[in-house]
Write a protein that binds this ligand. Structure first.
Ligand code: ACO
Length: 317
């Protein structure tokens, strides 16, 4: 038994924040942002738009694209580190609004949230505990940003991406590998919590970008080597790399390790910035809808994020 992605969807908030607009907020420049990250603009949620609203819109598109209705879904898993509230979790909020039955939960693995969520949903399906899962990555990172900190506020954006994962006799998700290492927790973190009594979210994201960059590149290279080795693949065998969209330089380094030209890498970081758990499903949807990714293609999803957490999923589309 396999689990196959049968449809995708994404939703981006209407408001676009460009680099030149950021120049008016902090001491930065379009040239600096573009050359260091590849980012040109990002989308920002409206004040009354929460993570669950973005997630619900992406989910409805994925459902409609698959020609299904809410009765056909029996599991909802959401990757997010910016939930509307502590509980009900984002998956339950969506489940109620969409009229879906079955288990619904969110998990938090920062930028690796979608790869973690997809892997967990795959386990449910392969164990016969679900037939069709709605798997979502959704974030309102703008709510965590210190808009006076030029080192982080230029990097992030909001959005949501969703897939429908269905039980199948044909290969779909063929390999996944998750990892984590809490020892670098001080390089990328927030203080906001409940049991630590720190409830002020505004401006809470802190990152030593330069050091995160080095660990990210090293970890992703090791991850890619393991994907190739464990699946007896050669460099260049993968049709499409759909990476977490944090930084174009990190993406290029991973593509090089895979022996892939940039034409076979899906890049959306220029228009979306780093949308954490939402970035991979949104990039996947972009390349599926514009016709680049086709049925039967071999695709590698890979992510690295706060925790640190990381993960890869190899799948036949
Ligand atoms: N505009 C202008 N100058 C800036 C800006 C800015 N927005 N931000 C920093 N600078 C300055 C710095 O102050 C520094 O100046 P100095 O040399 O006078 O001290 C200089 O630019 C270089 O700063 P670095 O931090 O060394 O720049 P770097 O080339 O490393 O790029 C970046 C920074 C883009 C953050 C990069 O390190 C990066 O992408 N890191 C990884 C991010 C990531 O992958 N995060 C993981 C996922 S996030 C999650 O899980 C939620």
């Amino acid at each position: 038994m396999y689990a196959r992605i049968i449809s995708t969807g994404k939703y981006l908030p209407k408001k676009i924040l460009t680099n030149s607009e950021l120049e008016k907020i902090v001491d930065t420049s379009d040239e600096w942002i573009l050359s260091r990250t590849g980012i040109e603009s990002r989308h920002i949620a409206a004040d009354d738009e929460f993570t669950s609203h973005l997630a619900e819109k992406a989910a409805n598109i994925a459902l409609k694209t698959a020609g299904l209705n809410s009765n056909d879904i029996d599991l909802v898993v959401v990757g997010t580190c910016t939930p509307d509230r502590m509980f009900p979790n984002v998956a339950c909020l969506i489940q109620e609004r969409m009229g879906i039955k079955g288990p619904a939960f969110s998990l938090e693995a920062a930028c690796s949230g979608f790869v973690y969520a997809l892997t967990v949903a795959d386990q449910f399906i392969c164990a016969g505990k679900a037939k069709r899962a709605l798997v979502i990555g959704a974030e309102t990172m703008s709510r965590l940003i210190d808009w006076t900190d030029r080192e982080t506020c230029v990097l992030f954006g909001d959005g949501a991406g969703a897939v429908i994962l269905e039980a199948s006799e044909e290969p779909g998700l063929i390999f996944s590998d998750l990892g984590a290492d809490g020892q670098h927790r001080k390089l990328l973190y927030t203080d906001t919590g409940l049991s630590n009594m720190r409830s002020s979210v505004d401006g809470d994201l802190k990152m030593k970008g330069n050091e995160v960059f080095k660990v990210a590149v090293r970890t992703l290279e090791q991850m890619v080597d393991k994907v190739l080795k464990d699946n007896q693949l050669e460099q260049g065998d993968i049709d499409w790399l759909v990476p977490h969209q944090a930084n174009l330089r990190i993406i290029s380094a991973t593509a090089k390790r895979l022996g892939l030209p940039m034409e076979r890498v899906v890049v959306t970081v220029n228009k979306h910035g780093n949308t954490s758990a939402a970035s991979i499903p949104m990039a996947l949807d972009t390349a599926v809808k514009d016709g680049r990714i086709k049925n039967g293609d071999l695709i590698l999803l890979e992510a690295f994020g706060g925790g640190f957490t990381w993960g890869s999923c190899l799948l036949k589309f």
